[in-house]
Design a protein around this ligand. Structure first.
Ligand SMILES: N[C@@H](CCC(=O)N[C@@H](CS)C(=O)NCC(=O)O)C(=O)O
Length: 232
């Protein structure tokens, strides 16, 4: 009997964080992959078993069929983008994509830094400090981000894409911000974040996001997306 062909593996948590845009990209590119997930509370066990594969002791990590390992979520996105045609060759267009990837990553970092404490308390940050950081996120960081990405979107002049006239890594990272956080009913702060997005001043970026869900990534959202208990 012939053994099954090895396929690409993605090691990540059973959440919608840094690994989810990688899942979306592989799905969009129709690359079969093994989606190896660890429960967030069992990550230490997971690491004991597979840890040597995690270069920085963290996930996401991908493993190619011939056993090569690649770490760091944004670097993985760029690598897959180059392999599967989601990363522009033109340096300025590539910068546009990169800066959106990095800017979205920064926004998520700002969110995770306080939001994670509500799920896994560190034992010393008081609730009032978390509430203050949430207000700062909603009042400053999120509107600032939405203003920038909406301006970028309008400047590109295409009704569907952030950069040029085709799907790039910018669409995967945009979908992550929009649907794993801003419009995620499972997220404790989802309602508050979607109220910010729902302001009239952000209607163009919201329309762009909705088109990602209803058109570009429709199949993913309808058939492949796993909602998870954990909102990250
Ligand atoms: N810069 C890294 C950060 C990776 C990271 O923080 N991963 C988290 C999960 S989203 C993790 O593995 N945390 C467990 C740990 O750091 O021990 C990347 O973008 O991949």
């Amino acid at each position: 009997m012939q053994s099954e062909q090895p396929i690409l593996k993605l090691y990540y948590l059973d959440t919608l964080g840094r690994g989810e845009p990688i899942r979306m990209l592989l799905n969009h590119a129709k690359i079969p992959f093994e989606d190896i997930r660890s429960d967030i509370h069992e990550f230490e066990e997971f690491k004991k078993k597979i840890g040597p594969k995690f270069e920085f002791g963290q996930v996401p990590v991908i493993e190619t069929p011939d056993g090569e390992l690649f770490s760091q979520s944004l670097a993985i996105m760029r690598l897959l983008g180059k392999w599967y045609g989601y990363y522009p060759q033109d340096p300025i267009a590539a910068w546009k994509v990169d800066s959106l990837l990095d800017g979205s990553g920064d926004l998520m970092e700002k969110y995770w830094q306080f939001a994670i404490l509500e799920f896994i308390p560190d034992g010393y940050t008081p609730e009032s400090a978390i509430a203050e950081r949430l207000q700062e996120f909603l009042g400053t960081h999120l509107p600032q981000y939405l203003t920038v990405v909406q301006d970028r979107f309008k400047k590109n002049g295409n009704s569907k894409f952030m950069v040029g006239d085709t799907v790039t890594l910018a669409e995967f990272t945009s979908a992550q911000v929009a649907f794993n956080y801003l419009m995620n009913d499972n997220n404790k702060h989802g309602k508050l974040m979607s109220e910010v997005l729902g302001r009239d001043e952000f209607k163009e970026i919201k329309a762009y996001y909705m088109n990602l869900k209803d058109d570009i990534f429709k199949e993913y959202f309808e058939t492949h997306r796993k909602t998870c208990q954990h909102p990250f």
